[in-house]
Ligand binder design. Structure first.
Ligand code: ADP
Ligand code: MG
Length: 256
């Protein structure tokens, strides 16, 4: 049974895309079959997994708006075991085109339900907003994984995110759970990073992953080579941390 995890936080630059790419690649390294769905019009997950944004066949826009069959929207990535439903700029218009469409909160879910049993994990990279695209991701998902950047304003906007998740749970997807929080861009040399972690743990009564993703320049470089971290620099601190996160995610589902 494929587990669908939406990677979401309406703040930009907190590590959603980096986590989507590298968690997926490290799950595949552990022989899991993964489908990544990029629903951010920026398409950074798409290119970060080695797809050329100028040469895409069908995208998530075609899936959601043009009635393209889901199997025709799935492309192989540079990672063995990871397939992608890519996105590009077209998706930016989807928000408006969805207005007025019947059951528009369920468009992605209806399609993903057709294929999710073929995968161990379906990872959805969300845009930095609580838009209809994000709602579609949360309606499709079993859980929401929230990356939190270790910075001063880490908690800003988080209550809004949790409120949205609860609204979706009440109205659209009663099975939705918060997968947990993963800290990103941790800098062990600063007290601030440590304080943020402690503060969030105290104030946020959610699952917190033991693995903390460090600030690691290799993680920032890898996308420009179209590679995930475990292929770009397999021994880097970034690769080690995403491997650990993948292990934690797998172990959590073993227990369920
Ligand atoms: P989001 O998808 O939430 O907007 P990204 O994953 O795109 O965030 O990350 C924002 C920027 O920070 C990108 O340039 C990315 O390469 C960089 N970045 C993300 N995680 C790390 C990390 N752990 N160490 C160093 N740079 C990172
Ligand atoms: Mg992103």
């Amino acid at each position: 049974m494929g587990r669908v995890i939406a990677i979401s936080n309406q703040k930009g630059g907190v590590g959603k895309t980096t986590t989507s790419i590298n968690l997926s690649a490290c799950l595949a390294e552990k022989e899991k079959k993964v489908l990544v769905i990029d629903i951010d019009p920026q398409g950074n997950t798409t290119s970060g997994l080695g797809l050329n944004k100028d040469e895409l066949d069908a995208t998530v826009y075609d899936l959601m708006i043009n009635y393209t069959e889901i199997w025709d929207c799935i492309s192989p990535s540079v990672v063995e075991g990871v397939s992608v439903i890519p996105s590009d700029r077209d998706l930016a218009g989807a928000e408006i085109e969805l207005v007025g469409i019947k059951e528009r909160e369920y468009i992605l879910k209806k399609e993903v339900d057709k294929v999710k049993d073929k995968y161990d994990f379906v990872i959805i990279d969300c845009p930095p907003s609580l838009s209809m695209l994000t709602i579609n991701a949360m309606t499709t998902a079993d859980t929401v994984l929230v990356p939190i950047q270790c910075e001063y304003y880490a908690l800003e906007g988080l209550s809004e995110l949790i409120h949205t998740i609860n609204l979706v749970k009440d109205r659209l997807n009663e099975n939705l759970e918060i997968e947990g929080v993963v800290f990103t861009m941790y800098d062990g040399r600063t007290c601030l990073s440590m304080e943020v972690v402690e503060n969030v743990k105290e104030n946020l009564h959610q699952n917190v992953y033991k693995t903390i993703i460090p600030r690691n320049v290799r993680l920032a470089e890898a996308p420009s080579h179209g590679l995930p971290i475990n292929m770009y620099e397999p021994k880097s601190a970034g690769a080690v941390s995403y491997r650990n996160l993948a292990k934690e995610v797998i172990d959590r589902y073993k227990k369920k």
